[in-house]
Write a protein that binds this ligand. Sequence first.
Ligand SMILES: CC(C)(COP(=O)(O)OP(=O)(O)OC[C@H]1O[C@@H](n2cnc3c(N)ncnc32)[C@H](O)[C@@H]1OP(=O)(O)O)[C@@H](O)C(=O)NCCC(=O)NCCS
Length: 190
Amino acid sequence: MLEVYLRPLVMSDLPRVLEWSRDEAFCLANGWPVGLPAEQLQDWFVRLLNNPPVDLVRKGIVVTTPEHPEGYLVGFVDLRELNPLEKRARLRIAIGDETHRGQGVGFAAGLQMLGHGFSELGLERITAEVHSSNSRMLSLVEKLGFKREGVLRQHETRQGIKEDVHLFGLLREEFQPPRDEAWLEKLTSS
Ligand SMILES: CC(C)(COP(=O)(O)OP(=O)(O)OC[C@H]1O[C@@H](n2cnc3c(N)ncnc32)[C@H](O)[C@@H]1OP(=O)(O)O)[C@@H](O)C(=O)NCCC(=O)NCCS
């Protein structure tokens, strides 16, 4: 069985991030061009680890299977634009390659990060912004319990096409935390 937990990123994760930089969907989600030079990514990664932006919480997504009980990194999940005054942030999830998508990993990671945001960070509202072509993320945010709050029409150009961006929001009192909280121990103990 596949299990998912979150942990901080570490320097030895860099080779995985370099692999993901060749995946189009991953790069689009991060706002990167595909195939950024390794040196540029390394500089960015070192800065991220040593001097992370104050308004960003980023956790690595780790999957364990019976064959890989030690677990391996498959992507990361963010709470971005953290606003402590308004107690809100924006969720973003990026799984590094197609082989790990569509298996419930994004859902498990999203649920855990929402739990972290609402319970540990004291947030009251978490938002998400999803491009209209991203049907998987659109399904995922609704499955996580987000409510549709609006649409920014023809808001961003992706691959030469102007796309709508759908706005979602989830309030603390609307969030259904997972019943099994073992993941929270792993997340907070690292
Ligand atoms: C978007 C993303 C985070 C979703 O995570 P995931 O692990 O692939 O998604 P899950 O397997 O948890 O699926 C969640 C829901 O999406 C839907 N879904 C799964 N695969 C789908 C597909 N190919 N097309 C449409 N919907 C799909 C299902 O409704 C699923 O719910 P279900 O398990 O009840 O069927 C992940 O695919 C990803 O990182 N993609 C590239 C980067 C990206 O687009 N990030 C989002 C930036 S806002």
